[in-house]
Design a protein around this ligand. Structure first.
Ligand code: 2AM
Length: 177
């Protein structure tokens, strides 16, 4: 199974982001469908199904040892990464607790997963893939609030009509201090 940890983008927010994308940006590459919008916290890669229980128990233990807090992200900037060819929407700043959580989950991924990960954590919603040239600035600045109270372990499945993401497990985040 191909797995990653992520924050979900609620359906109404995903539609709002897709509307803004259609209004404010040219077609910069292959559009990611709104139903696939998410924020990756840590990428695992291929994992044998037999190892899934162990991975989930390790997350349980991590969360029990150091609970991470719920919070909110302001999605207020866009960015372009030429190497993966990704044009994204994300926050300029985010809580340290979210960065810490991503780092811990990334550590589990490094132990179990199969692929090389990108090193720096920048929370982002991928808007376009296969983006070969830097897109122009959006004609309307993004300003979306993304509240999060849990994170998910997601499976990426290649279907006939493209990739689909399915939740496999989830963990609640505590109230901020
Ligand atoms: P992306 O949105 O930046 O493309 C499922 O494939 C998710 O895992 C996608 O959100 C993708 O991030 C992320 N992903 C895929 N390969 C990755 C890698 N090698 N390192 C980090 N994240 C990766």
């Amino acid at each position: 199974m191909r797995l990653f940890f992520a924050l979900e983008v609620p359906a109404d927010l995903a539609l709002g982001i897709a509307d803004w994308r259609a209004r404010a940006l040219p077609l910069a590459g292959r559009e990611v469908p709104a139903a696939n919008f998410h924020i990756t916290l840590a990428f695992i890669g291929e994992l044998a199904e037999a190892a899934l229980d162990t991975l989930c128990r390790e997350v349980d233990a991590q969360i029990a040892a150091r609970p991470a807090a719920a919070g909110q992200l302001q999605l207020d900037q866009v960015g372009y990464w030429p190497r993966p060819g990704i044009f994204w929407l994300g926050p300029q700043t985010w809580p340290d607790t979210l960065g810490g959580l991503a780092h811990k989950l990334g550590g589990l991924g490094a132990r179990h997963g199969s692929e090389r990960r990108r090193d720096r954590f920048q929370p982002h919603v991928t808007l376009f893939r296969h983006c070969t040239t830097p897109p122009p600035a959006p004609t309307e600045l993004p300003q979306f609030a993304l509240p999060y109270r849990e994170f998910l372990l997601m499976e990426s499945r290649q279907g006939r009509h493209g990739v689909r993401y399915a939740p496999v497990a989830g963990w609640s985040l505590g109230d901020p201090l």
